[in-house]
Design a protein around this ligand. Structure first.
Ligand code: ZN
Ligand code: ZN
Length: 458
């Protein structure tokens, strides 16, 4: 009698746990399959790039972007739609041109870097000092480039995970400052690009008080060949820009409120701002589209237990949204279940990194099973970085995930005029939504606590 009662109790326990796990697995698979057939993400990316276009922090286009975001959240059925305003420094491009004036006149294709200074009216002309490696440039003593335009032409490696960008990033972000330290009057850097078109790729740099621009990759190679001929090469730069140290910026938020534990919040999103030469399609209309569509889809499957929150961060490129988001939501960080940002383009996901130790939890087992047909694996390592806009809340303790996308083509387009909607593959975009939707389903409908796992567990 006693023994059979124990058996009965044990049987109930054994049955109860798998039933929940099975529900999660079935829900995750259903979220995945619905996502693969759902055109919502494509429609969002199409709408943002067409109706708003490029949207620099502090620009009139960003005001339009803010209004677009509020309207889009409402149209898709999100609640608690709100705008969190902040101020941040913003830089605005004016007319720009560059040319070789000697030994032979040649036009150069450039784009000013964020925070670049203007040249004097009428431009500045100087001899260039060219370095084919970042280290060779750094090896120059202070004052040694006095009166010259420093040029760094180190190439960016092209690879699947986009890590080549990290390798060359300093030559754009820190290059102008290092050039100014050495006495240079201007700075040109080979675009952080993996393509061979004559379109330069812009991006932010630290303010250094000198004009600074990115050269298209063919123009960087042209300068290398001219310098190799041994005669001094003189370049004229004519660049104008303005800036606003306290530009208005906005993080726009929409939610699908949880039914059982609404104060437990899953924070995901992408960044709404973009650079100006393209229409900000892969960077980062794609991330906005993927995360918004995934949250909407999971909400449509039945009220989730926890709250799904999508944030369209308003100033990633020129900075500010991460700190502003933390400042406005700091008290809530302990209740943030997990955070994630999609800001690696629209290429397919090939691996997901989950908070340390969480992989064996039934919710993450259900997620992992849903990933198999998508050709996505769960990484053995926890994520090291989840995204620039969630860096504030993750540094304050919010657990985070990182989904690795195929970035083979991303840096052909990134921050260049070619970052346009036609470069997004709808099937690859849907595969991203499927990964996010499966993840959101399992987390929003389970009690998984990503803070509860020992850090060293795998
Ligand atoms: Zn981005
Ligand atoms: Zn970017």
């Amino acid at each position: 009698m006693r023994i059979s009662a124990l058996f009965a109790a044990a049987a109930v326990l054994v049955l109860a746990a798998p039933a929940v796990a099975q529900d999660l697995a079935a829900g995750a698979a259903q979220a995945r399959d619905r996502a693969l057939a759902d055109p919502t993400a494509w429609a969002i990316a199409e709408s943002l790039t067409t109706e708003v276009g490029p949207r620099m922090t502090g620009s009139p286009a960003m005001e339009l972007g803010r209004d677009w975001a509020v309207a889009k959240f409402r149209e898709l059925g999100f609640t608690n739609v709100r705008v969190e305003s902040f101020t941040t420094p913003a830089w605005f491009r004016g007319p720009e041109s560059a040319e070789v004036v000697g030994p032979v006149p040649q036009k150069l294709h450039i784009l000013g870097l964020g925070n670049s200074a203007s040249t004097p009216k009428g431009g500045l002309t100087a001899e260039i000092a060219l370095f084919t490696s970042w280290q060779a440039f750094l090896d120059q003593p202070e004052g040694s480039l006095k009166g010259k335009i420093a040029v760094v032409t180190q190439r960016m490696p092209k690879n699947q995970d986009g890590s080549g960008y990290g390798f060359v990033n300093a030559q754009r972000t820190l290059g102008p400052r290092e050039a100014a330290k050495r006495g240079a009057v201007g700075y040109l850097v080979r675009s952080l690009s993996t393509d061979d078109t004559r379109l330069p790729h812009t991006g932010n740099a630290q303010a250094a008080g000198i004009p600074a621009a990115a050269l298209s990759t063919p123009d960087a190679e042209l300068l290398e060949r001219l310098v190799a001929r041994g005669k001094p090469v003189r370049v004229k730069l004519d660049m104008q820009s303005t800036s606003n140290p306290k530009a208005k910026a906005y993080n726009i938020v929409g939610e699908i409120r949880g039914t059982e534990r609404p104060d437990e919040v899953i924070v995901i999103g992408g960044h709404l701002d973009s650079w100006d030469p393209g229409t900000g399609a892969v960077d980062d209309a794609a991330g906005i589209a993927i995360t918004t569509a995934a949250a909407k889809l999971v909400g449509a499957m039945g009220a989730p237990k926890r709250t799904l929150r999508v944030v369209m961060w308003g100033s990633e490129e020129q900075g500010g949204s991460s700190g502003a988001y933390l400042a406005a939501n700091r008290a809530e960080v302990p209740k943030m279940v997990v955070a994630g940002e999609s800001d690696s383009g629209a290429g397919r996901v090939f691996a997901v990194a989950l908070p340390a130790g969480s992989r064996a939890h039934p919710a993450m087992k259900a997620f992992e099973a849903a990933l198999v047909p998508l050709n996505v694996v769960v990484s053995r390592e926890p994520p090291r970085f989840g995204g620039a806009d969630i860096a504030g809340i993750t540094s304050a303790g919010a657990p985070f995930v990182d989904f690795s996308q195929d970035m083979s083509r991303y840096f052909d387009l990134h921050h260049a005029a070619d970052d346009t909607l036609d470069k997004i593959d709808p099937a690859e975009l849907s595969q991203n939504v499927a990964v996010w939707a499966s993840f959101l389903y399992t987390v929003a409908n389970s009690d998984i606590d990503f803070r509860a796992f020992p850090k060293e567990a795998k």
